[in-house]
Design a protein around this ligand. Structure first.
Ligand code: C5P
Length: 222
């Protein structure tokens, strides 16, 4: 039971396309707390590295980039607003190119520790639902409640595909499936902050569940 004056941290980790963002946003709204999308931070730094032609193979260059960057995430009713050095990049960070390049930033240990500090700062200020890959294992190991949200890879690829089509992008389901598998492999196997289930996380498989069913189940367990 969370006391009135206590900060509540709910973490949701899981692979790409499991429904984390939509569900985390809804759950945050139902609980009346903030929502923090940590993937957006990795995406924003990747976008800046791409724009500035930074050598993404070089961890030192990426750390230097992170140190001269400010990323702010504002949770809005409609979703999140991502500010990269004050510029609204909420749309620009969702392209296929940015998605496929995030692993450079995500595998750099020095960059991850900077990200983790930022996320802890944001999370400790007020109650939050935070989603990502390492938020229950590394960022908030003492979270109030931890979830690991999973779904079959074909279902996850189908959801990504529908999302991209709705945005007017021309994509092929087979390519999206292969991108999701490549991203899974990278997320599961990187040396720092890999995607894994925290021992005390409640595992929910969303393959055959609606968004509202997942949100309801999560809410009931808090
Ligand atoms: O969640 P989203 O798909 O927006 O995340 C983009 C990428 O950022 C992921 O594929 C992952 O490599 C990285 N990421 C991470 N740690 C997090 C959140 C995202 O490494 N906590």
């Amino acid at each position: 039971m969370v006391k009135k004056d206590q900060v509540m941290v709910v973490t949701i980790d899981g692979p790409a396309g499991a429904g984390k963002s939509t569900i985390a946003k809804k759950l945050a709204k139902v609980l009346g707390v903030s929502y923090l999308d940590t993937g957006a931070m990795y995406r924003a730094l990747t976008l800046k590295a791409m724009r500035e032609d930074v050598n993404m193979e070089s961890e030192d260059d990426l750390i230097a980039l992170a140190k001269r960057t400010t990323i702010d995430i504002e949770s809005l009713d409609s979703g999140v607003k991502v500010l990269l050095d004050g510029e609204d990049v909420s749309q620009d960070i969702r392209t296929v190119e940015v998605t496929n390049n995030t692993f450079y930033v995500a595998r750099a240990a020095g960059v991850r520790s900077i990200m983790v500090e930022w996320q802890r700062e944001m999370g400790l200020r007020k109650s939050v639902v935070i989603e990502g890959r390492d938020v229950g294992t590394v960022v908030f190991p003492k979270a109030t409640r931890k979830y690991y949200l999973d779904a079959d890879v074909e279902e996850r690829a189908k959801r990504r595909y529908d999302e991209l089509i709705a945005k007017g992008e021309e994509v092929d389901l087979k390519d999206v499936l292969s991108d999701v598998k490549v991203r899974d492999e990278k997320d599961f196997t990187r040396k720092v902050g890999p995607l894994k289930k925290a021992k005390d996380a409640v595992v929910i498989d969303s393959t055959k569940m609606t968004i509202d069913e997942v949100v309801e189940e999560m809410k009931n367990r808090i």
